[in-house]
Ligand binder design. Structure first.
Ligand SMILES: Nc1ncnc2c1ncn2[C@@H]1O[C@H](COP(=O)(O)OP(=O)(O)OP(=O)(O)O)[C@@H](O)[C@H]1O
Ligand SMILES: [Mg+2]
Length: 238
């Protein structure tokens, strides 16, 4: 594909699509000739360290542009100007910008063009409804890593994105936090794509994609793809 046809476009279809995408990061080909139509409500993303999971998320969220191929992103939900894609970073400190929880969550409401006071009021009410009223004034710097990861999830949930990309969202959460996040992922109205090394979090998904050295090694039913990956790991360790 010629450089002139590289695009990161929005379109009316509801599916994120990648067409023969190659992404180079530094001196590494992070994704190689990847074609995917991400049209299922829940998708797991698995694979070894360095396989390209975070790179795929960066590409979909527009943080990186491909060297070749096309990435097509659906337009925002009807009636909202919120960005179509929201991403939870693997490292929460890369995501969080503001010094307090309520300010960070208010950032997700910027498309509503509320005053600062209105946005923070909305956040406080929203947190109260979730039994988290006391979180609003917390200084981010005083939170543990797991608590920051929870804030990152809340910042996505309060927004109006069509699709949420969760990059290792369970990695710092305690067992109750993991159970809560699993439940909230199951019930959230948005399309959700989850990258994880803990296969139990995605094995039940209708679709899991296994990335291997920047290529799609398998793409199918969660149970099947997770078993294929586990068998491959076992054979490498044998
Ligand atoms: N900032 C960067 N600069 C240069 N190369 C990078 C950068 N980040 C990642 N890479 C390279 O891109 C490739 C894919 O990395 P990526 O972070 O997408 O992997 P991953 O599947 O998310 O791994 P992990 O499971 O460790 O999070 C790796 O080979 C890595 O070395
Ligand atoms: Mg990663």
């Amino acid at each position: 594909m010629s450089a002139a046809s590289i695009q990161h476009t929005t379109h009316q279809s509801t599916a994120i699509t990648l067409d023969q995408v190659t992404l180079v990061r530094g001196s590494t080909v992070a994704l190689r000739d990847v074609s995917l139509t991400l049209d299922t409500p829940r998708i797991g993303l698995i694979g070894d360290n360095g396989a390209g999971k975070s790179s795929l998320f960066r590409l979909i969220s527009g943080l990186d542009q491909p060297q070749s191929g096309q990435v097509r992103i659906p337009s925002s939900e009807p009636g909202t100007t919120a960005p179509a894609i929201g991403m939870m970073f693997q490292n929460s400190d890369e995501q969080i910008i503001f010094p307090t929880v309520e300010e960070e969550l208010a950032l997700s409401l910027r498309h509503l063009c509320l005053s600062r006071a209105e946005a923070q009021n909305h956040v406080r009410n929203w947190l109260s409804a979730r039994g988290l009223a006391d979180w609003a004034p917390h200084a981010i710097g005083s939170l543990s890593q797991g608590q920051r990861q929870h804030v990152c999830w809340l910042a996505l949930l309060i927004g109006s994105h069509r699709t949420l990309l969760l990059d290792e969202p369970f990695s710092s959460l305690d067992l109750p936090g993991q159970a809560l996040l699993r439940k909230e992922i199951a019930t959230a109205p948005q399309q959700i794509i989850v990258s994880t090394h803990v296969l139990e979090h995605v094995r039940h998904f209708e679709r899991v994609i296994w990335l291997d050295h920047g290529c799609v090694r398998a793409d199918g039913l969660g149970e099947t793809v997770c078993a294929q990956y586990e068998a491959d790991v076992a054979s490498r360790l044998a």
